[in-house]
Design a binder for this molecule. Sequence first.
Ligand code: FMN
Length: 318
Amino acid sequence: MSSTPNQPLILLAPMEGVMDWRMRDLVTAYGGFDLCVSEFIRVVDQLLPHRTFERLCPELARGSQTHCGTPMRVQLLGQSPEHMAANALRAVSLGSPGIDLNFGCPAKTVNRHHGGAALLATPNLIHDIVRAVRDAVPAGHPVTAKMRLGCDDAALAVDNATAIAEAGASWLVVHGRTRAQGYRPPVDWEAIGRVADSVTLQVIANGDINSPDDYNRCRAISGCEDVMVGRGVLATPNLARVLRGHASPLPWSDITNALLRYADYDQAKKADHYLTGRLKQWLKNLVPHYPEAAQLFTLIRTERATAPVLDSIRSSAL
Ligand SMILES: Cc1cc2nc3c(=O)[nH]c(=O)nc-3n(C[C@H](O)[C@H](O)[C@H](O)COP(=O)(O)O)c2cc1C
């Protein structure tokens, strides 16, 4: 872990379709993150080929670290203990220093197949998945989990956390919302605290920690020392250092540099619409925080080719 001993952990959240390896690389380079978790890898009923892991997590080939040395852990999502265990073992054999299990994804396609947050209705099955993965993976490799408070309400939150603890997980990240709440505010940091109070397992708080004020309030209200942050990083790429009081949010010129660096990662290999789509998606998240982002977004909104989008970003920095 990159932080000094006894310093609270700040983890970079998995965000499928947003926090890809390029973003993980770029964001962790600002410093302050102890660990990042991959976008979920969906397990159905087979052992996935090596290339699936390597494509989504190229860090595996570099000691499972981003270029600046922040560890990356593979996240799996699925409902079959047997297949989750087999794929966990494969991820570890490819270099993942541990396995994170997703019990929080609200996506309909995933939930229809009883994966992600849908599992929160069945603590016994959650227990069996964590136990199967724990048994499959060598002891030195932590198995961790991430859950929401529940499906429609938080009635089973403690049962699920207990199931995860008893099955041998090393820590549990709790996003303080139910599946039904989607991503709508407010997040319930108090409920995270109730879960944390009911288990001996280390609980990490997650949800709407976007500023030092949020960070302090979340930790005071939930009683959790450690946090995970996701969407806030899109607006404040150096959020971990900002939360630690070691930096201020970046000026706009640094943000434009970050957008251009993202485009640089593998511009030649990616279709124009992929790259421009990602840049627009990121820019949208910057709009509430930087007036320049709104102007730039209006300018490139309908543009599909990469070159003019990059030219507009460069001009915006001047
Ligand atoms: C676009 C998007 C994709 C996400 N993908 C994942 C995922 O792959 N695995 C996961 O455990 N959580 C996923 N999440 C949930 C986030 O990790 C996090 O729990 C949530 O955004 C709340 O934290 P935040 O307010 O700091 O963003 C995703 C969230 C978003 C917005």
